[in-house]
Design a protein around this ligand. Sequence first.
Ligand code: ADP
Ligand code: YYY
Length: 225
Amino acid sequence: MERATVIVAIDGPSGTGKSSTSKAVAAQLGLSYLDTGAQYRAITWWMVSNGIDIEDPSAIAAVAGKPEIVSGTDPSGPTITVDGTDVAGPIRTQEVTSKVSAVSAVPEVRARITELQRSIASGAENGIVVEGRDIGTTVLPDADLKIFLTASPEARAARRSGELKGSDVQATREALLKRDAADSSRKTSPLAKADDAVEVDTSDLTLQQVIECVVTLVEEKRAGK
Ligand SMILES: Nc1ncnc2c1ncn2[C@@H]1O[C@H](COP(=O)(O)OP(=O)(O)O)[C@@H](O)[C@H]1O
Ligand SMILES: Nc1ccn([C@H]2C[C@H](O)[C@@H](COP(=O)(O)OP(=O)(O)O)O2)c(=O)n1
């Protein structure tokens, strides 16, 4: 019997475990995987590399359609290119991280990236896990399953500074909370839990427990289809 495709939306603030959970769930269930944060980072990297004034939303809006962003959706090796250049490394720098909230708040940027995300999701033959900030609320409001991951600022800061060698937990915590506040308060499609999303607090769960929880929820949805 052929299995119906399934679309899973996973949203939440930084460091709650969206990327690691989404990748593992997609790999385990044979689904595609899309990291939408990487796309916003990629367009931010392009703006920075091309000398666009990040403080000027109209300057960003004017060129938002220029870069060609391509996301590879295999969960065992996701890729991201801008105009054919592999930017997987450069999009993770502190500079891009500190500027991505400003760039992703610009409506023209969101319109462009949202359209790209919808086309990738509709082309995923077996279904897809899409992670970000506004997937359940705006990008894919008809997703079969919506998850909203949360965790305490302490847990999130400890996880993030564990990744960045030599970083200070307190400084990481401040930067992370500042970015969350910007992402949650922007006018266009802010970070928010959809009314029909299942909220999972990952503070005291291992990554494996979170993965199992989401896999179970997907399987329940699939069984009920
Ligand atoms: N439940 C968990 N317990 C402990 N560490 C976790 C958990 N979930 C994720 N991590 C770790 O925290 C870091 C951030 O996770 P990530 O998936 O990148 O979060 P997000 O995509 O929400 O920013 C990674 O190093 C990841 O391995
Ligand atoms: N759907 C999305 C995904 C990310 N963004 C923006 C806001 C986030 O601060 C940045 C970076 O997202 P990313 O998921 O890479 O961030 P972290 O993994 O939490 O560091 O992109 C967004 O506006 N909408």
